[in-house]
Design a protein around this ligand. Structure first.
Ligand code: PHE
Length: 364
């Protein structure tokens, strides 16, 4: 920082040297000015009336000069004053010229507008994973309507009117249809099995198809039930399809979904549209079958229903090549939400459907 020296040599050469030193200092100070407040500080430091550098020069150089040198010093000090003013004005001029650029300045460190990236819903993720396991085995994918007729949801699946098996699927009916014949009345499909019939109406055998979709039942919501949930249906029809094919296919699928050390268990069960029918469980993926809280100490987790297509079902599509004397097939249906709960270690199915981004973002 420049400070004003006292002079004891008032020769023109000494004065020139002192002036030069001052101008060099001012020059570098003025170059360092980068904004309005820098510039004000510079102006005050040099030109303030009470104790600015020019005032000090007046005192230390001119007033202190011996009489014979006064003329010489006075001239220099006057020149210096206008020179200092010029330099300080120029510094302000440079600031003003730079100002438009300053205001257009782009702060590239400011974060941009973030578009949150969406994520696949965990249930959709599980659906897709199940579907791709079957695609790899040569299955194609089909879909059907969520609002279904009694015919497809029940009758053609060998649930006769008033059959007690209908009570196992607590159905949500669309109101005000009493004037229609029973088979045409609309309901929210209780399973994806109606798409078995719809597929066989469209495609002649052989077929191998998986059908992912949404289904509804009049169940009270709790940690393991939701009135809306998801299933993946499977159907294979060909000549000479046996229960062995069913077992092998589902055993492979469960290993592909849950890991190769998983075992499958088939227990006799009942569905009107399959005969024989079975309930399939997998060895508990948390304890390996030893017994834990998740498998309720049983070592097995029930996951899906399946069976050989009942000949009575084929009768509904016999005209499209499904003569029960010639073809056989198997079908299965699994709950995608339950599979998602197990795969992702979620303990409450309601979390899937509450739309809480903090929960869903964990699957991004
Ligand atoms: N649709 C049956 C259910 O929802 C499951 C199933 C599908 C059983 C296919 C056998 C064959 O309970």
């Amino acid at each position: 920082m420049y400070t004003v020296p006292k002079l004891d040599d008032y020769s023109p050469a000494a004065l020139d040297a002192a002036v030069r030193e001052l101008l060099v200092a001012l020059d570098s100070e003025s170059k360092a000015v980068s904004n309005e407040s820098d510039w004000k500080n510079l102006r005050d430091r040099w030109m303030a009336r009470k104790s600015g550098i020019l005032t000090q020069i007046n005192d230390l150089w001119l007033k202190a000069a011996p009489a014979p040198a006064k003329r010489e010093v006075g001239q220099r000090v006057n020149q210096l004053k206008s020179r200092v003013e010029q330099i300080i004005d120029a510094a302000q001029g440079r600031l003003k010229a730079a100002r438009p650029l300053e205001s257009q300045r782009l702060d590239i460190t400011l974060p941009g507008i973030r578009r949150p990236i969406g994520a696949e819903h965990p249930v959709i993720k599980a659906l897709n994973e199940i579907v791709s396991v079957f695609k790899a085995m040569g299955y194609s994918v089909s879909e059907g309507p969520e609002i279904e007729t009694d015919y497809y949801n029940f009758e053609a699946l060998n649930f006769p009117p008033n059959h007690p098996a209908r009570d196992t699927q607590d159905t949500l009916f669309i109101a005000g249809q009493q004037s229609k014949p029973l088979r045409d009345r609309l309901l929210l499909r209780t399973h994806t099995s109606p798409v078995q019939i719809r597929t066989m109406e469209k495609l002649a055998p052989p077929i191998r198809v998986v059908i992912p979709g949404k289904v509804h039942r009049n169940d009270a919501p709790d940690a393991s039930h939701s009135p809306m949930f998801h299933q993946v249906e499977g159907l294979a029809v060909d000549t000479n399809i046996t229960f062995c094919d069913l077992k092998g296919t589902l055993d492979h699928a469960m290993k592909a979904l849950f890991g190769s050390s998983v075992r499958t268990r088939f227990q006799p069960s009942f569905f009107p549209f399959t005969e024989p029918s079975a309930e399939v469980a997998i060895s508990c993926i948390f304890c390996g079958g030893k017994g834990c809280r998740t498998c309720k100490q049983g070592g097995w987790i029930e996951l899906l229903g399946c069976g050989m297509v009942d000949p009575n079902v084929f009768e509904f599509v016999r005209n499209n090549g499904y003569d029960p004397a010639k073809v056989s097939g198997f079908a299965f249906g699994m709950g995608a939400d339950r599979i998602a709960l197990l795969k992702y270690g979620v303990d409450d199915i309601q979390l899937f459907f509450q739309g809480d981004v903090r929960f869903l973002a964990q699957f991004a």
